[in-house]
Design a protein around this ligand. Structure first.
Ligand SMILES: C[S@@+](CC[C@H](N)C(=O)[O-])C[C@H]1O[C@@H](n2cnc3c(N)ncnc32)[C@H](O)[C@@H]1O
Length: 281
C-alpha cells in the first residue's frame, strides 16, 4: 500500500517508520517495508526482524533497495488482488474478519474497498498500527487482540465489536503456522456466513495428508509446537471446506507481476507451494 497517496503528515510518516515492518507499505520516497525481499532473496543475515523488513534508500544501497522495492510491490499487488476478490463477494454493508492480520493491511484495504465493517485480530497487539493507518488513509478498520488456540481449537477475541459472525473471513499465511489445521478450518468456518479466503502452502496430491515441517518444532510443547511449515493436501482442503458447508471454490491464480510461484523454494524449502482460494457457501 502506497501511503504517499494519502499525503500523510511528517509525524505520521515517522510513526509509520517506527510501527510498520512485515507488510508492504511505501512510507515516502526513501522508505518502504515488507517481508518479500527476505522471501525472494533469502537475505536473512543477522539483522533483527525490525531491520530486515525496513528499507531506507539512503542506507540500503541500490541493489538491495531495487530488489526489495520490486519484491514488496509484488507482494502488495498480490494482496490487493486478494482483497478485491473478498470485497467483491462481501454483500453491501457487510462484514469481514482477517485472522492473524499483523499490522492491518487486509482490513484497512478492505475498508477502503467499501466493506463496512472490517476487523483484524492477531495474537500480538497491533492496535497502534491500525490507529495510525486509519488516520492516514481514512479507513475505519477495527483491531482486537485475538487468537486461534490449538489447545481448545477455538478463536478468542478480546473484543468482538458486537458481531458473532462475519460475511467473509480470511487467514493469509496463517494455516502454515497452525498445528491442528483441520480444527482451525472448522473454527474459522464457524465464523463465516458467506465466504472464507485462505492463502497458504498446500500439497498437490489426491491423498488426504497433513504434513508438518520436521525442522521446526517450537517451544509450544507437543503437539502444538508444530507451528511453522504446516500444510495439508489440496484434496483434504477441498473435502474439509465442503464438509464445513462451503460447496463452491475458486482458486485465485497467480499473475506474473505477483511473487513468483516458486518463491517459497528460495528461502523456505520446507514449505509447500502457496495457493490462494476463496470458498463460499
Ligand atoms: C506470517 S504472518 C501473516 C500476516 C498477514 N496475515 C499477512 O498475510 O500479511 C502471521 C501472523 O499471524 C499471527 N499469528 C500467529 N499465530 C496466530 C494465532 N494462533 N492466532 C492469531 N494470530 C496468529 C502472527 O502474530 C502474525 O502477525
Amino acid at each position: 500500500m502506497d501511503l504517499t497517496k494519502f499525503q500523510p503528515t511528517g509525524q505520521q510518516v515517522e510513526a509509520a517508520a517506527r510501527l510498520l515492518r512485515y507488510q508492504p507499505f511505501i512510507l515516502d520516497e526513501h522508505r518502504h517495508t515488507g517481508v518479500a525481499y527476505e522471501w525472494l532473496h533469502h537475505d536473512i543475515s543477522t539483522k533483527s526482524s525490525s531491520e530486515r523488513y525496513f528499507f531506507d534508500r539512503r542506507t540500503a544501497g541500490d541493489d538491495v533497495w531495487n530488489k526489495a522495492f520490486d519484491a514488496n510491490r509484488r507482494l502488495a499487488r498480490m494482496y490487493d488482488a486478494f482483497i478485491a476478490q473478498m470485497a467483491n463477494i462481501c454483500p453491501p454493508g457487510g462484514s469481514y474478519l482477517d485472522i492473524g492480520c499483523n499490522s492491518g493491511y487486509f482490513p484497512v484495504q478492505a475498508s477502503l474497498a467499501g466493506i463496512r465493517t472490517a476487523v483484524g485480530i492477531d495474537a500480538e497487539d497491533f492496535s497502534q498500527q491500525f490507529q495510525l493507518l486509519n488516520e492516514i488513509t481514512g479507513s475505519s478498520a477495527k483491531f482486537s487482540v485475538g487468537a486461534y488456540d490449538p489447545r481448545s481449537h477455538t478463536i478468542a477475541m478480546q473484543s468482538d465489536f458486537g458481531l458473532q459472525n462475519y460475511d467473509v473471513v480470511s487467514a493469509s499465511c496463517l494455516l502454515c503456522h497452525i498445528p491442528d489445521p483441520l480444527h482451525f478450518l472448522k473454527a474459522i468456518a464457524r465464523l463465516a456466513t458467506k465466504a472464507v479466503f485462505l492463502w497458504s502452502g498446500f500439497i498437490d496430491t489426491a491423498e488426504f495428508l497433513v504434513r508438518y515441517n520436521p525442522t521446526s518444532f517450537s517451544g509450544a510443547g507437543f503437539p502444538n509446537g508444530f507451528d511453522d511449515g504446516t500444510s495439508i493436501s489440496l484434496s483434504l482442503l477441498c473435502l474439509s471446506m465442503s464438509k464445513l458447508g462451503f460447496a463452491h471454490r475458486e482458486e485465485i491464480t497467480s499473475s506474473p507481476d505477483w511473487l513468483p510461484e516458486d518463491w517459497h523454494l528460495r528461502g523456505m524449502p520446507q514449505y509447500q507451494k502457496f495457493r490462494a482460494f476463496l470458498f463460499w457457501r
